[in-house]
Design a protein around this ligand. Structure first.
Ligand SMILES: [Zn+2]
Ligand SMILES: [Zn+2]
Length: 131
């Protein structure tokens, strides 16, 4: 009777240990999978860029190695730079010199009250909608 209980206890521990080992293999396997994925896929960044030529603004996905100017998706020229927004005059403009230490100025009104454009502004509706 006592021996049987002992055996049952033992098998319960073995089962627990086995479950633990399986869980650990699963966790380490998952982290290896994640590391491999990170190595294989270079991290992507998304910037809102604007074309210096045709003023087309769009979201550009790029890796850390790809630097501006990017190819414009509308006119195809390599003239798309990070987009900035002028709070003073409300216009968007490209930041042609991202490494400049000087304050970024709006090329239209020379205001320095500018912000980096972080989101693609909603497309203007073609027709007026009732709201
Ligand atoms: Zn363009
Ligand atoms: Zn301005």
């Amino acid at each position: 009777m006592v021996k049987e209980q002992e055996e049952r206890k033992l098998s319960r521990y073995t089962g627990l240990a086995l479950a633990l080992i399986i869980a650990m293999i699963g966790i380490s396997g998952y982290s290896i999978y994640r590391i491999v994925r990170v190595i294989r896929q270079a991290p992507k960044f998304a910037d809102i860029v604007i074309c210096d030529d045709c003023e087309h603004m769009f979201e550009k996905e790029h890796t850390a190695d790809e630097k501006s100017p990017y190819e414009c998706e509308k006119c195809g020229r390599r003239k798309a730079y990070k987009a900035f927004y002028c709070v003073t005059c409300g216009r968007h403009f490209p930041n042609l010199d991202p490494h400049s230490k000087e304050k970024i100025e709006c090329p239209y009104c020379w205001s320095t009250n500018v912000e980096e454009q972080l989101y693609l502004p909603p497309k203007k509706p073609e027709t007026e909608t009732d709201e």
